[in-house]
Design a protein. Structure first.
Length: 451
């Protein structure tokens, strides 16, 4: 890397000036890099400007494949799931699971709850927590009344502030208390609404303390540390499930139905008791969830963080999915918190996000929770099914084959020949390179140098 000095006022530069500074200081081939970055700009200037204004210091667009997994039968309704992801086998695995379960009754879902939460974190210098609790009980209505200008529209849509409680955390940090508020945000994810309410609650707390006669002068001061929503939303919970009679499994790998069910349940049990396995297991669930969350313009980082915290809620990190045989029926289920929105954010701005919602029939937030949970369950089913039968690499590497061939800069004709060979052979990187070299008529070390 070149010797780069700090730059001031970078965000105020034009897009062209930012690009010029970046490639001149960080690229070995500035002209080629400029052409590459420009090649990812949208040809419609208005659409490109829309993308430029999503974040600061935009220089280009970063593309992810946008695929569709069809044939998802969810609560008797057929869906095609939009998925934005770069991992080669995810969409194929989801579609395979959808086809398998479509013939066995499909997926069933249930919204357990939709509550979201946020906190005003503050320090109170008083010595008797009971006095603060009495003050809060007497002042509680003021928090609702003084935030009505913020909550009015949400209330009209059926949402709003569900409750506010005072939480004593002084056993963990001296003087530390919380106002913990729960919210119903309808079809919006609700981050801005929740944070606006919380900041108003913090102001109200200070105002009410200043005016109260229930506390001594020295007890009427608080330090507001911060007011912020939590992305841990264990009460915004959805369940997805598939089931069928053992005799109807017939999954085609050659093992008996009962052995398949036994091995599948045992694999899930291992993920419930072994954190090393659970992390990879849950990552597979997130492959499906993240892909639909990203395609629909939602916050996959929040979903990931919440899901993993939920998986560790018992004190040990465990599988998010569960499997059992009940009355000779195989039952596979997933319960996961999903705080999603179908309005706000970029859902009404990004053209591909709008199209993703259109594919799904423009669902509300509750329906989207159900769809996303199903994507996670389907992905998990396909992964575990492969693990206990043919092994994960057979299908994954076959999907990865084109990536290997593109890395080797294979022509379309060469790709066809190599793909044809691997219809009857197991894919590995070294074997793909060997067959490619044979097709091209070169030594294997030459292909490695090319890659």
């Amino acid at each position: 890397m070149k010797n780069v000095q700090p730059i001031k006022g970078f965000s105020k530069l034009t897009k062209q000036a930012k690009l010029a500074w970046l490639v001149n200081h960080y690229s070995q081939k500035p002209e080629q890099t400029l052409g590459m970055l420009g090649g990812y700009w949208h040809k419609d200037a208005e659409v490109q400007q829309l993308h430029d204004e999503f974040i600061e210091n935009t220089i280009s667009n970063y593309y992810l494949p946008f695929g569709v997994a069809p044939n998802f039968l969810i609560n008797g309704k057929l869906y095609a799931l939009p998925m934005a992801i770069e991992e080669s086998s995810v969409v194929a695995a989801a579609a395979k699971a959808a086809n398998f379960w479509m013939d066995r009754g499909g997926f069933r879902t249930r919204i357990i709850s939709t509550q979201k939460v946020g906190h005003v974190h503050f320090i109170w210098s008083g010595s008797e927590a009971e006095k603060l609790k009495e003050f809060f009980a007497a002042s509680k209505n003021a928090f609702f009344e003084k935030s009505e200008d913020i909550t009015r529209n949400m209330v009209l849509r059926g949402g709003g502030v569900s409750d506010i409680i005072l939480v004593d955390k002084t056993d963990l940090e001296p003087g530390y208390f919380q106002l913990q508020a729960t919210f119903e945000t309808c079809d919006s994810m609700g981050a801005n609404f929740i944070n606006s309410c919380l900041e108003r609650f913090a102001k109200t707390l200070q105002e009410e303390l200043a005016e109260t006669t229930m506390l001594a002068d020295e007890e009427r001061h608080v330090q507001i540390v911060m007011s912020i929503l939590s992305n841990y939303t264990p009460e915004c919970l959805v369940r997805a499930e598939v089931s069928c009679a053992i005799e109807d499994i017939n999954e085609g790998s050659g093992i008996s139905n009962s052995e398949f069910a036994d091995k599948f349940c045992r694999a899930i049990r291992i993920a419930e008791i072994e954190p090393y396995r659970a992390v990879t297991h849950n990552k597979g669930i997130m492959n499906g969830i993240d892909a639909v969350v990203l395609a629909t313009g939602n916050d996959f980082r929040a979903i990931e963080a919440c899901g993993h915290a939920f998986a560790a809620r018992t004190g040990s990190y465990r599988s998010l999915s569960h499997a059992e045989v009940v009355n000779n029926r195989f039952v596979f289920s997933l319960e996961i918190p999903l705080s999603l929105g179908t309005v706000g954010g970029i859902t009404n701005l990004h053209p591909m996000v709008k199209f993703a919602h259109e594919i799904l029939g423009n669902p509300g937030a509750r329906e989207l929770m159900e769809i996303v949970a199903v994507a996670g369950l389907a992905q998990n089913f396909s992964a575990v099914r492969s693990l206990i039968t043919s092994g994960i690499q057979k299908g994954h590497m076959k999907m990865h084959l084109l990536n290997i061939l593109n890395q080797l800069e294979a022509t379309d004709s060469e790709k066809e020949q190599v793909v044809e060979y691997f219809k009857d052979h197991v894919v590995s990187y070294s074997e793909a390179v060997r067959v490619f070299c044979q097709v091209r008529g070169i030594q294997q070390d030459q292909s490695i140098n090319q890659a």
